[in-house]
Design a protein around this ligand. Structure first.
Ligand SMILES: [Zn+2]
Length: 264
């Protein structure tokens, strides 16, 4: 209780002292057209979350990359969309978001079964590790935030991994609320994963990024991107996964996106 009281006191203090200037806020929203489905009240709620997120996390440049105020808001906004109806504490346990100008080579080492040490030198667009920072390539954040790349969203992908990691490894099983039976989640996602992996295996072209076939953890992260940025596609491809995500994220973006399209 005391903890909650401190939290809410801190929340009021931060919100009072660290607003986001209106022009900056508008500019960030314009970069993220998939947010057009949200009501004014929800956008205001997002704005509060963004202020609290930016107070709690450092967003730091790497390799000479200078993080601008707009970049901070654009990254925070997308991270906060996932927890709009959940809790920002899902992002507790790490301090920083590290931003590279472009793809980066992680350089971490791993040991194979024969005891040989390898260095990971494939360039990555993003990375999230348990207890560590979220790492993003700014070029890829930009590439994944316009209409052309509907269904792809790097920031949502990495922060979905962070939520998944609340229960250990990124294995596609995030912390479910008590009214969501784990067996329903596992059944829906497991069947969809098997189907998708089989399609990718036989070389079928898929509307969803084939990278989702990599592992159940990547499947959850990629399908979370689709859920938020092209929800009708997820309804069409895997309706049972959409239903689980709707209950988990406590959002129902598909009918809203449809209304928006009909109205346009
Ligand atoms: Zn991933």
């Amino acid at each position: 209780m005391v903890f909650r009281a401190i939290r809410s006191w801190r929340r009021r203090r931060v919100l009072a002292s660290a607003g986001i200037p209106e022009p900056l806020w508008r500019e960030a929203l314009e970069m993220l057209p998939f947010l057009a489905i949200y009501t004014e009240d929800e956008i205001e709620a997002l704005r509060e979350l963004v202020v609290l997120f930016l107070d709690a996390k450092g967003i730091v440049g790497a390799q000479g990359h200078e993080v601008t105020p707009l970049q901070r808001v654009v990254i925070a906004l997308q991270a906060c969309v996932l927890v709009l109806n959940l809790d920002l504490s899902l992002y507790d346990g790490f301090e920083n978001v590290v931003v590279y100008p472009d793809e980066f080579v992680p350089g971490w080492e791993w040991e194979d079964e024969a005891g040989v040490v390898h260095t990971m030198d494939d360039p990555l667009a993003g990375e999230a590790m348990p207890g560590g920072p979220v790492i993003l390539s700014w070029a890829d954040v930009v590439a994944a935030s316009d209409w052309e790349s509907a269904g792809m969203n790097l920031v949502i992908h990495e922060f979905a991994h962070k939520i998944d990691m609340r229960t250990g490894d990124a294995n596609g099983c995030p912390p479910l609320p008590s009214d969501m039976p784990a067996k329903d989640w596992t059944a829906a996602l497991g069947a969809a994963y098997d189907d998708f992996a089989a399609r990718v295996d036989r070389g079928a072209r898929t509307a969803i990024d084939p990278y989702a076939a990599e592992s159940p953890g990547e499947f959850f992260a990629v399908l979370s991107e689709v859920f938020f940025s092209e929800p009708a596609l997820l309804v069409h491809e895997y309706p049972k996964v959409y239903e689980q995500f709707r209950r988990f994220y406590r959002q129902d973006p598909a009918p809203r996106a449809r209304l928006l399209l009909d109205g346009a």
